[in-house]
Design a protein around this ligand. Structure first.
Ligand code: SAH
Length: 604
């Protein structure tokens, strides 16, 4: 819930408008007096937008932030909007409270400017607390080194597809440099404290407040260290009927701790479906904050395990529950911890566990950049470009978004024609465990890289698609409303498709009276295909009255378009930067615009 606090008429009006934009169900407007409103919203909401001066807001928030129980990690994010609605200022809780992101949304909704002062957002280095992973340690000191450009050591980079990090971050940095540790990998012991005098903690970071033990973890050997936990561990659990929650929990914790593994890296528990209702198991998972995956006895019995036994075979029909479930759920081939039993006092053990780690999965984002203009690039596409460590794409597309990329990003640009090689290389990089963005203009799945990439990709990588505004849509909004009824796109490039196939499809579209958009319509070497395709369409439409839209370089500086007819179209006005849209028998030019009727009865 987002609490909206306004004191003036203008503020109330802005709050109403914002609630509409953000979704009224997600917002609650708090009435004045302002002090009470801020206190109530701070207690009740995940985020606040105050239509107040920053000074007034700071005074009201200060006692709340200083109060017992206030915590940087859980306090709401607060955004201030000025009376003239010019700025949306992320005031408190930039990252963890989501205020930076909220300021951006508020600014978009009110046509204001977002003001973000958190260092990592302002200087383009990813915040270590924004990666979606549990973080512990001396975040403040390590982030400062990251920003200052001084050496930062990275341990375990291969365990998670990280976004691009600046050049000062390296696995080869000195052992006494501020350190980022990914996963459970223990950093090799740093040099003795002499060469790395402990730096006084400024207490900005939550962990510094938790006393000596936490401080030792945050600064092993005096080296400021941040740990990021990747959700990779799966604990397979076998439980007898009625196994107590505490017995299962104790066993899970002991198995992890004895193997030097951290419960913050836990991904899930796994068991046999006969235990799907077992209260102790479900309660243990809830306590650990992870889901339980269940497998049938048949699935488990098919897994080869180090320690099969007769007891589960008799009880549930598989020689292994804990080991087999851990291996299956983790998609792993070996166990980190083989089966062990609980050791309750004075009675038989009721639980077994085994631990496996899910192998790292690379991340392939397939990102459509839209037709060209920056404001037609989606926020999601932008976020994926900044999430990536490697960008793969055609030079001209890389140029289109180069300024959005993070420092340190690796760019694999290639010239025209190397499509399959490009797709293969993107997949290969993702298979190495990297975060890769494969980019394409328009929508990356329309006559573009998504299909060749996914034809190569196996189930061993995660794939994320980001839709883009494809040329046919971008052109349509320029031409009028040509796609108001059934329509198809046909590429006239016979590079990958034999002309007979293309011609058959054009003929079918002509007979079916579909609006047709031609991609790749004409190049210097391919000049007869477009006239041929148009003549096939003309066999089924009135050439003088059928509108044809030509749209070139839509949303780019040299954008040009024209609405003409099948009878008068001049093919020399068409090139490879153009799409050509041909109407159906009902399409008309109205006031210079290309309109295809919806065909509603009431319009007849
Ligand atoms: N994936 C792209 C299409 C790639 S095929 C998309 O979804 O838009 C390349 C063809 O797309 C070009 O020959 C041209 O026909 C069309 N095209 C791409 N961008 C265009 C633009 N900005 N204006 C007009 N046509 C465009």
């Amino acid at each position: 819930m987002i609490g909206l606090i306004a004191a003036t008429a203008a503020g109330r009006q802005a709050a109403t408008q914002l609630a509409e934009a953000l979704g009224p169900d997600d917002c609650r407007v708090y009435e004045s007096p302002v002090g009470d409103a801020v206190r109530a919203a701070f207690a009740e909401c995940a985020q606040l937008v105050c239509f107040l001066a920053t000074g007034a807001t700071v005074r009201l928030l200060a006692p709340l932030l200083a109060a017992e129980g206030s915590d940087k990690h859980t306090d709401p994010g607060v955004v201030c909007v000025d009376e003239a609605r010019r700025f949306a200022v992320a005031l408190v809780g930039g990252h963890e409270g989501g205020a930076n992101a909220l300021a951006t949304r508020v600014a978009a909704a009110l046509d204001a400017q977002a003001v973000v002062t958190t260092a990592t957002d302002a200087t383009d280095v990813p915040g270590l607390d924004t990666l979606g992973l549990p973080v512990s340690g001396d975040l403040a000191a390590v982030s400062r080194a990251l920003l200052d450009g001084s050496p930062v050591r990275l341990v375990g980079a291969e365990l998670f597809p990280l976004p691009a990090l600046p050049d000062n971050v390296s696995p080869d940095a000195a052992a006494d440099a501020p350190t980022i540790v990914i996963g459970d990998a223990l950093a090799p012991a740093p040099a003795p404290a002499e060469s790395a005098p402990p730096v006084a903690s400024d207490g900005e970071d939550g962990t510094a407040r938790h006393g000596a033990a936490a401080d030792a973890a945050a600064r092993p050997g005096g080296v400021p260290t941040v740990r990021l936990f990747t959700p990779s561990l799966v604990v397979g659990v076998g439980a007898s009927k009625g196994a107590p929650t505490e017995e299962i929990l104790g066993l899970v914790r002991a198995a992890l701790a004895d193997a030097g593994l951290d419960a913050r890296s836990l991904r899930s528990l796994a068991s046999v479906d006969a235990k799907a209702e077992e209260p102790g198991l479900l309660a243990a998972a809830a306590e650990l904050g992870v889901p339980v995956q269940f497998f049938t006895a048949e699935e488990l019995a098919a897994v080869t395990v180090p320690n099969p036994s007769d007891a589960p075979l008799a009880a549930v029909g598989t020689p292994s529950v804990a080991e087999a479930a851990a291996l299956l759920a983790a998609e792993a081939s070996e166990l980190l911890v083989p089966k062990r039993k609980s050791t309750p006092d004075g009675r038989a053990a009721m639980a077994t566990v085994a631990v496996a780690r899910r192998p790292v999965r690379g991340r392939l984002a397939i990102v459509g950049l839209g037709p060209g203009a920056r404001d037609l690039l989606t926020d999601r596409a932008r976020a994926e470009l900044r999430r990536a460590a490697v960008i793969v794409g055609l030079d001209q597309y890389v140029d289109q978004i180069r300024d959005l990329l993070r420092p340190g990003v690796r760019i694999e640009a290639t010239g025209l024609g190397a499509e399959e090689e490009r797709a293969r290389s993107a997949v290969r990089l993702a298979q190495q465990g990297l975060a890769v963005a494969l980019i394409g203009s328009g929508d990356a799945g329309v006559y573009a890289m998504a299909s060749p990439a996914l034809a190569e990709a196996g189930a061993d990588i995660d794939v994320v698609g980001v839709p883009g505004v494809t040329a046919a849509m971008a052109a349509a909004s320029l031409l009028g409303a040509p796609l108001g009824h059934d329509h198809v796109s046909i590429s006239l490039s016979d590079l990958h498709t034999p002309w007979e196939v293309i011609e058959r499809r054009v003929r079918a579209a002509a007979e079916a009276d579909l609006v047709v958009t031609f991609y790749n319509p004409r190049s210097r070497a391919r000049d007869w295909q477009l006239p041929k395709a148009l003549s096939i369409l003309a066999e089924h439409r009135e050439a003088p009255t059928t509108p044809v839209g030509i749209a070139r370089s839509v949303s780019r500086p040299d954008e040009w378009h024209k609405v003409t007819t099948l009878a008068t179209l001049d093919p020399t006005e068409v090139d490879m930067f153009t799409v050509v849209t041909v109407g159906n028998t009902a399409s008309r030019e109205i006031a210079g615009r290309f309109v295809t009727p919806r065909g509603y009865r009431w319009q007849e």
